[in-house]
Design a binder for this molecule. Sequence first.
Ligand SMILES: *Cc1c(COP(=O)(O)O)cnc(C)c1O
Length: 429
Amino acid sequence: MKNYSLETKCVQAGYTPKNGEPREMPIYQSTTFKYDTSEDMGKLFDLEASGYFYSRLQNPTCDYVAAKICELEGGSAAMLTSSGQAANFFAIFNIANCGDHIISSASIYGGTFNLFNVTMKKMGIDFTFVSPEATEEEIQAAFKPNTKAIFGETIANPTLHVLDIEKFARVAHKNGVPLIIDNTFPTPIFCRPFEWGADIVTHATTKYMDGHASTIGGCIVDSGKFDWLAHKEKYPGLTTPDDSYHGIVYAEKFGKEGAYITKATAQLMRDFGCTQSPQSAYYINLGLESLHVRMPKHAENALKVAEFLKNDSRVEWVIFPGLKGDKYYDLAQKYMPNGTCGVVSFGVKGGRAAAEKFMKNLRLAAIETHVADARTCVLHPANATHRQLSDEQLKAAGISPNLIRFSCGIESAEDLIKDIDNALKSIEE
Ligand SMILES: *Cc1c(COP(=O)(O)O)cnc(C)c1O
């Protein structure tokens, strides 16, 4: 499907039935696969032949969906994981061991920040967090001899900061390490980080790709461009023999295009088992089939909502990278000229109490710990994810007590604005 447009790939890439096969992607609901001889199966265990033997490592349904996301991102290989968290963990743990160091943007998803700053630190992997606005010199200053990758989010959840991907890629490559980008918010419909120099892309398919709040999932895509053998001493996991597969050297046997994902599948998935289920992969594929139709509607609704909020005297501030005048508007125009995402954040005048009243009086937007759903959802972090913090602590965390995170669905923008307008009116009553 390489020569087709993104729209066509959303609908038809991945599973392509041959003569007489099911039109709809089959769910291979099987833990295991049958072979005629032990020798046949032995070749799979030695990574001498490709094929399926146990669904903890690979399953055809999951591979169809991974192949579709791979085509959308323009990568060389991809794999599904059980969640976005698992995707980001594997993406880094595949090339970093105890004693290694990673540079990450400080503006990232809270779950990822905890994974890096608490859990992976306990595993002996050290992180330095830099501002997404850091200069090349500042990023360079964070490098250590044991640095193995740079990590960032195209549009950060929930701060909505936009990453200058080319700048971070330049510094990464100057130091011989890959740039890993979590592209969950814009999806490949609005941004394809490989075109800007990123080497590995991750996704929480949980968000827009599924798009219906039905299925937790993740994906890792490799661009196939990073030359592991050229930095042999830095990546021994890819460039020296793996004893658990009779001394295979991934980078030699599978090349630039296949080494990274083969190792993550054959080694990390085998050992950690953060596998996506074929049933769940099927749901994700249903979401992907309409991704190119939904994303522009999410972005259009968010822009209309952001413009309404910007011009409303009851609102203190608005952040949306697609809005003219936003701090990140120019960067968003460069990397995502056709749209950014559906999430807008804003502060109502009157502080925490006003925000609470606003939340109580929404009718259409539902209060949820979620974003990127076809149905509009909304969160008041000071009263939900961050409710244990005092107003002073909230400020230190960059979250004001009146912050509302509003994830625009694909309903009518006019209805969403009416809902917001009514809830704002209630503050004054
Ligand atoms: C939600 C999210 C994740 C984590 O995904 P889960 O599927 O919830 O584990 C990672 N990165 C970003 C940007 C997210 O929004």
